[in-house]
Design a binder for this molecule. Structure first.
Ligand code: ATP
Length: 260
């Protein structure tokens, strides 16, 4: 059974300048344990879709289930089973990494000893152990990103949504994050749904790509299948494939990675 299933999922924003159809009827099916890359040009509707699938934003049309729960009727259960790491997470700069993680665990109703143990496990997995007693304000950009991800994993979600998880990370930290995503899937069967503008990341990490443009799905398939169908050959680059599908190049890559 699909772990994410959407039919005609839509969101229109009402603005002073008139309605903005950010997502116009997205149909998606994701199987348990899949790593899906959700790609598209700037403004295609990726974040809006993620915010709906994580119950942060109500759809204005269509229906969806996530981890067997209806998005609109059972938002609390969807939240229990999903983790969301937004583009910029909100951490409290005045408290320590450990306190931030334990507080997050407590919000998900872990007991205090469970939350402390989970925080230490995740710190180990995300290379944060030596930073556990450091104030969040004193973390580098890359360390902050790893903390954001640890927070999204405190309740061991069945589905993890990552919005541009490696933007701003240096190459070594990106590779570590890819390893972590693969381990989550292999060891815990976690389904991972991630947006990224790094086409090499999508190519290396995702089992399947879903490409959106102007609020609708315009192509989907394995990276190789998309290269063959749209790029003309299995050896085509994903950059050329993306260009063929959307008529636009992928947005410029972040060329100034932060140190961790
Ligand atoms: N709260 C809002 N009010 C009005 N329009 C919005 C709102 N949020 C998003 N939009 C518009 O909806 C469209 C889709 O935005 P969204 O952030 O989902 O795109 P995206 O694919 O995540 O883009 P990016 O790659 O730049 O992060 C854009 O045109 C955006 O301006």
């Amino acid at each position: 059974m699909a772990i994410i299933s959407t039919a005609g999922l839509a969101r229109t924003f009402q603005t002073k300048q008139g309605p903005v159809e950010a997502v116009r009827g997205v149909d998606l099916t994701v199987q348990p344990g899949e790593i899906v890359g959700f790609l598209g040009p700037n403004g295609a509707g990726k974040t809006t879709t993620l915010r709906m699938l994580t119950t942060l934003l109500a759809p204005t049309g269509g229906a969806a289930t996530v981890a067997g729960c209806d998005l609109v009727r059972e938002p609390g259960r969807v939240r229990e089973k999903t983790g969301y790491v937004a583009q910029s997470g909100g951490v409290d700069p005045t408290i320590s990494v450990r306190e931030e993680l334990v507080t997050q665990g407590r919000l998900y109703r872990l007991t205090k000893p469970q939350a402390i143990a989970r925080a230490e496990d995740l710190a180990r997995e995300l290379d944060l152990t030596e930073l556990l007693d450091r104030k969040c304000a004193a973390l580098s950009g890359g360390q902050r990103r790893r903390l954001d991800i640890a927070m999204g994993l405190m309740h061991r979600p069945e589905v993890l949504f990552l919005d541009e998880p490696t933007t701003g990370l240096d190459p070594g930290s990106r590779a570590d994050l890819w390893d972590l995503v693969r381990r989550l899937r292999d060891e815990y069967g976690t389904t991972v749904f991630l947006t990224t503008h790094y086409l090499d990341e999508a190519d290396a990490l995702a089992d399947r790509l879903v490409i959106v443009d102007k609020g609708t799905v315009v192509a989907e398939g394995t990276p190789s299948a998309l290269k063959l169908k749209y790029g003309g050959s299995i050896d085509a680059t994903l950059q050329d494939t993306f260009l063929a599908i959307t008529g636009r190049s992928a947005p410029p890559q972040d060329t100034t990675p932060v140190a961790v």
